[in-house]
Write a new protein. Structure first.
Length: 298
């Protein structure tokens, strides 16, 4: 019988949660290849891919949480708390800032690259865009909502629940929260496999992770994530030239203004979030946890 009113630290180590997250992400991608190989190009191919990914990730994680999880589904997936309205606004501002600054820095790096490296990166960028266009493009604009749902909304949903929910939430109390945010952000960046967009992806992951920790609400990051994805889909759908060469044609002064403006928005977002009091019990660097802290929290 426990006489000192403490509960033992969970036996799972952080590597367990990273391994599980990677395993189900890989499973989703492999199963998603089925519609890609069988269905004709167009938005419904992307829709099938997104639904299969979501089911292959969310359902097994939910089952695992119910069987072996330290928290309930609501706590793990961060749906038990409401975030302040201003948190949504500042995270959206931070998202815009990361895209502005990230795109501009990427353009500067691209301009400084040797010509042969520039050509290689542009080829990779165009091939990735081509792959997405096969899954979302249709001349019939009535199908555009299908593209937005499958390429923008669904990935934002299962990625936020997997990374800022399952992975980060379960590692926040096994290590310092900033390490948990950093770890989930690095993995989030790696699985996107987008070298030229890695700066923006990592920045967004850190912002969404920090917002999730400070508000303990999954919807703050989800809304910003979904809107960012939607904007990307619209740009890919309607813009004639979204390649790296077009990004690099901007004047140096415009790039400098965008970088300064972007970092200003990023500062405002993180500064607002920093002042919030997280409802999550504080990290305790010990092998024991006070039971009342986590019992009251759950």
């Amino acid at each position: 019988m426990n006489t000192n009113n403490t509960c033992t630290k969970p036996t799972q180590r952080p590597v367990f949660y990273y391994a599980v997250t990677i395993a189900f992400l890989v499973l989703g991608q492999m199963l998603g290849l089925i519609p890609i190989g069988l269905m004709p190009n167009g938005p419904f191919k992307g829709l099938a891919f997104a639904i299969i990914n979501a089911l292959a990730i969310i359902l097994p994680l939910s089952f695992l949480i119910q069987k072996r999880g330290q928290f309930t589904l609501k706590v793990t997936f961060r749906t038990s708390h409401k975030a302040p309205i201003l948190a949504y606004l500042f995270v959206l501002l931070g998202t815009a800032g990361i895209i502005l600054a990230g795109d501009s820095i990427t353009s500067v790096v691209h301009m400084l690259m040797p010509k042969n490296v520039q050509a290689l990166m542009e080829t990779l960028y165009e091939k990735m865009n081509s792959m997405y266009m096969q899954m979302l493009y249709s001349e019939d604009l009535s199908l555009l909502p299908v593209s937005i749902f499958s390429i923008a909304l669904m990935p934002a949903f299962y990625e936020e629940f997997a990374f800022r929910g399952f992975l980060q939430r379960n590692t926040e109390y096994l290590m310092k929260p900033m390490y948990a945010i950093l770890g989930s952000s690095v993995l989030f960046t790696l699985v996107h496999a987008n070298p030229m967009g890695s700066l923006q992806i990592f920045g967004l992951a850190m912002l969404f992770g920090y917002a999730a920790h400070k508000t303990d609400c999954i919807w703050v990051g989800f809304i910003a994530h979904a809107l960012n994805n939607t904007f990307s889909v619209l740009v890919m759908h309607f813009s004639e030239d979204t390649g790296l060469s077009a990004m690099s044609e901007q004047s140096v002064w415009i790039l400098i203004v965008k970088i300064i403006g972007g970092f200003t928005l990023i500062f405002l977002a993180f500064n607002y979030l920093r002042k919030l009091n997280s409802p999550i019990p504080p990290y305790i660097p010990s092998t024991k946890y006070k039971s009342d802290m986590f019992q009251n929290y759950q």
